[in-house]
Design a protein around this ligand. Structure first.
Ligand code: A2P
Length: 321
């Protein structure tokens, strides 16, 4: 029997389920079955995004799960994200309304600004300077300001951001007086993000760790050859061996133990269960020390795809590093 699902407390006291299912990439039956299997075995948080192109299928899976009595709407946390082409304030509300239609929900639990990178409507992958909206003209502050009324109108319970550096978090908070409830970022032992974690917690912003397993399935898509593979790391495997746990379970437990949320993705029913069971794993102080030594500031998703020649962004300006 699982212990009660671990939750994190957001700034207004809301309980945020710390463990969820990621849904980036799988489509059609794969994502349908993954969401149904996850909800049936005890997941209570599903992380979605408009750009993943699968919200309509996830909407069907949610509707069917509610009808089958696997879970009730109020017992599952649903996150989605505003895509880069929708940053203009007048496009923000129509964007969440489209997501709500596709997910077949009347409100989200959390809506995030997906990337601090405004793009021209219709652009999928920017290749030239004209594909970008000038970030000095279309500011993050005005996009963030347009998120606030969505919460006030009850279209989402919470609002937040994703891929924001400490400086960008502070900037939108100071501009509007509203700190993002959540910042969802890449985070794992190779990218421990100590500075961001400290800055976010000082502002009352909770972090969600994406790509917690080192996103082994996105390398090909981005033409990336990863020099380090988290799931093959000997230290991670060694920690797992002492607990009879898999490397993936160690990585998930690490994120939970640092007080962050974590959203590993899988379309395999056995691994969906295996990942949930990681919430039961308690790492020792020695384990956490061994894992802390792996930090090398290494990003699998470095945002280089936002930085073609002539882009207003560089990876340094993106992460403010
Ligand atoms: P699969 O869907 O076949 O399980 P991340 O969450 O870091 O993006 O990683 C997702 C990738 O990790 C997917 O390719 C997924 O494959 C794989 N994965 C998910 N859970 C596990 C696990 N417990 N052990 C090994 N690989 C896993």
């Amino acid at each position: 029997m699982l212990r009660r699902m671990k939750t994190l407390t957001l700034q207004d006291g809301t309980a945020f389920p710390a463990f969820g299912l990621g849904t980036w990439k799988p489509q059609g039956d794969d994502v349908y079955r993954a969401v149904r299997a996850a909800l049936a075995c005890g997941y209570r948080h599903v992380d979605c995004a408009a750009i993943y192109g699968n919200e309509d299928v996830i909407g069907r899976a949610l509707t069917d799960a509610f009808a089958a009595g696997d879970v009730q709407r109020d017992d599952v946390w649903i996150t989605s994200k505003l895509w880069n082409t929708e940053h203009a304030p007048e496009r923000v509300r129509p964007a969440i309304e489209k997501t709500l239609r596709e997910l077949r929900l009347d409100r989200l639990d959390l809506y995030l600004v997906h990337w601090p990178v405004p793009l021209r409507p219709g652009i999928l992958r920017p290749e030239k300077p004209e594909d970008f909206v000038d970030p000095a003209e279309q500011t993050l502050d005005s996009t963030w300001a347009a998120m606030i009324p969505l919460r006030d109108a009850g279209l989402t319970r919470q609002i937040g951001v994703s891929n924001f550096s400490p400086a960008k978090l502070e900037r939108v908070s100071e501009a509007t007086g509203v700190a993002p409830a959540v910042n969802q970022v890449e985070m794992h032992p190779y990218l421990a993000q100590h500075e961001l974690l400290a800055a976010a917690s000082a502002m009352g912003t909770v972090l969600t760790a994406y790509s917690p397993l080192g996103t082994p399935d996105s390398g090909e898509m981005f033409g990336r050859t990863d020099p380090f593979k988290l799931l093959d790391d000997e230290v991670v495997a060694g920690v797992g061996a002492t607990h009879d746990a898999s490397p993936a379970q160690v990585l998930i437990a690490w994120a939970l133990q640092r007080g962050t949320a974590v959203i590993p993705k899988s379309t395999n029913e056995g691994r969906i269960r295996e990942n949930l069971a990681a919430a039961e794993l308690e790492l020792t102080t020695d384990d956490m020390t061994a894992l802390a030594a792996l930090d090398r500031g290494f990003r699998y998703i470095d945002g280089g795809f936002w930085c073609p020649e002539g882009s207003p962004h560089t990876t340094a300006s993106l992460w403010d590093e």
